[in-house]
Design a binder for this molecule. Structure first.
Ligand code: PGA
Length: 266
């Protein structure tokens, strides 16, 4: 099945001040004023910069997203932001279960599920991150970890919710390390995630996009995006550089065009 690729830039805790609008404007310029046809583009800046980035990217077709949300719609949760608030702020996407939050901020499988449901309730598209650590990979547990993470987050979601779900396969050992999965390793991980999505959602699992994430940059994007089953990229460090991120977006548009012309090969 052919899926429109999505390239999302996760700025993490960078460019949250007056430098955010400049990066967003630089991206708009590097894209020639608009996200190219045939690919969806999103940026996920820190909360403090959402307003400025939304303004800077107005009319470009680049979507706005956030990096996390609270599971409750409101309440005594000092410092947290609800999915509904993100939606009201113009976000269309929100990451849930990024490995940095799973590892350091107490986002276990159950909490990730609650956040994912909160995002759906708010009308957002949750971008669920899954991936194995190096230790898990070396212990031969990659499949089990991915199946557990996908199952816990997605099992039994209704079909209309599944239609808004996005997934990113991000091997933890490849995040921010400069060490990238090979296209073959990415394809292997994506196949496991796809199978787990089918198990969790039935036929609706077929439509969910699976992005690859982990040290994606202009130099490796074409090979990773051409790997079987890769429907886009979640880009961290390289999304902080407008020209480089725009380059990854163009590689995704080219991969989509190549797949369109040779559908049987994918
Ligand atoms: P990276 O981050 O591209 O810097 O490895 C990816 C991510 O954490 O989403």
């Amino acid at each position: 099945m052919r899926r429109t690729p999505l390239v999302a830039g996760n700025w993490k805790m960078h460019r949250g001040g007056p430098d955010a609008a400049a990066l967003a404007r630089g991206l708009a310029e590097a894209l020639g004023g608009r996200a190219p046809a045939g690919v969806e583009v999103a940026v996920l800046p820190p909360l403090s910069a959402l307003g400025a980035v939304a303004t800077a990217l107005g009319g470009t077709g680049v979507l706005l997203g956030a990096q996390d949300c609270h599971e409750a719609p409101s309440g005594e949760f000092t410092g947290s932001v609800a999915a509904e608030m993100l939606a009201a702020w113009g976000c269309v996407l929100v990451l849930v279960g990024h490995s940095e939050r799973r590892r350091r901020e107490g986002d276990d499988d159950a909490r990730v599920r609650r956040k994912l449901e909160a995002a759906l309730r708010a009308g957002l598209r949750p971008l669920l991150c899954v991936g194995e650590t190096l230790e898990e990979r070396e212990a031969g547990r990659t499949r089990a970890v991915l199946e557990r993470q996908v199952g816990a987050a997605a099992a039994g979601l209704p079909a209309d919710a599944a239609a808004r779900l996005e997934v990113a396969y991000e091997p933890v050992w490849a995040i921010g390390t400069g060490r990238t999965a090979t296209p073959a390793q990415a394809a292997e991980g994506h196949a496991v995630v796809r199978e787990a999505l089918r198990g969790a959602l039935g036929p609706a699992g077929e439509r969910v996009r699976i992005l690859y994430g982990g040290s994606v940059k202009p130099g490796n994007a074409a090979a990773l995006l051409a790997a079987p089953g890769v429907d886009g990229a979640l880009v961290g460090g390289a999304s902080l550089e407008a020209a480089g991120f725009a380059e990854v977006v163009r590689r995704a548009a080219e991969a989509a065009e190549a797949a369109r012309q040779a559908p049987a090969a994918r």
